[in-house]
Design a protein around this ligand. Structure first.
Ligand code: ASP
Length: 290
């Protein structure tokens, strides 16, 4: 089985992963079940959280994670993704984690490789383990997802995190509201303003402006994006009492989120998201390699 999209998972598999992730995070677990297994990390795009948490997850399970330094690999000599996938497949890894700038890349690699392939972000398409770790974070902190009002705000158009969450969270009973600058919304999307989306929300998830995917610079004057669309105290005051704040990282501080809100331990789940990322990826590796 591969994990390319949230759609690849049944409701029972989603439940198993979330439940297991919370148990692993809380230390009620047995690890080491993947001793002797090998996980390849193949990251064509920059990453800190996803790359390091997959490697940490593999090690905690007793497996060995090997990361291809893509910039120093034959990719620099022009090798195609398909040929790299064929080459790595011949080494018989037990799983491959792939991030690539093109939509559909993880699925093409999976068609070539015999082992399970995990999509760690393909272009603007999907990032399923991010959505799973976001859901696991809510489970861990709030105890439930059913009935939560969740505002996802920012550069929706380029966000694979938003796409995967928009598929997963409603399946778990949440109401998801997507909002952002009109230029950064998908053409088909219903256009809520950020203020409307945040009103009464239990969770406010802010997204990074994905400058690397923009044709031209967005939000010229310093402070303008924060004032118009970012998470400020004033805007957060519209949310439900006790509302919690999330961000998949990396953050543009002072752009999509006020720095003090990001660092406010009482309201910000950003560090918990990182911790749950390790636990969730452990659960995913266990499920796929069992
Ligand atoms: N780290 C997330 C991703 O790779 C979010 C982001 O980059 O803004 O999609």
């Amino acid at each position: 089985m591969d994990l390319i999209s949230i759609d690849d998972l049944s409701d029972a598999q989603v439940e198993w992963i979330l439940d297991r992730a919370v148990r692993l995070h809380q230390g009620r677990h047995q690890v080491g079940g993947l001793k002797g297994r090998i996980v390849f990390n193949l990251f064509y795009e920059a990453s800190t959280r996803t790359l390091m948490s997959f490697a940490t997850a593999a090690h905690r399970l007793g497996a060995t994670a090997i990361t291809l330094p893509v910039e120093q690999s034959s990719v620099r000599k022009g090798e195609t993704l398909d040929d790299t996938a064929r080459t790595l497949d011949a080494m018989r890894p037990d799983a491959v984690v792939i991030r690539h700038r093109e939509n559909g890349s993880a699925s093409s690699a999976a068609a070539i490789m015999a082992c399970p392939v995990i999509n760690a972000g393909d272009g603007t398409n999907e990032h399923p383990t991010q959505a799973l770790l976001d859901a696991a974070t809510m489970r861990q902190r709030v105890g439930r997802i059913d009935g939560l009002k969740i505002a996802i705000c920012g550069d929706i158009k380029h966000s694979r995190v938003a796409r995967s969450n928009a598929k997963l969270l409603p399946r778990l009973g949440a109401e998801v509201r997507l909002a952002g600058p009109p230029e950064l919304m998908p053409e088909s999307g219903a256009c809520l303003s950020v203020d409307e989306a945040i009103a009464g929300a239990d969770i406010v998830m802010m997204l990074r402006v994905q400058r690397e995917r923009l044709d031209q610079e967005f939000g010229d004057a310093p402070g303008e994006y924060l004032r118009l669309y970012g998470l400020t105290d004033e805007r957060l005051a519209r949310a439900a009492p006790g509302a919690l704040v999330m961000h998949p990282g990396p953050m543009n501080r002072g752009v999509e989120i006020d720095s003090a809100i990001a660092d406010d331990a009482a309201r910000s789940l950003i560090n918990l998201q990182v911790a749950m990322g390790v636990a969730t990826r452990m659960a995913c590796l266990e499920m796929l390699l069992a």
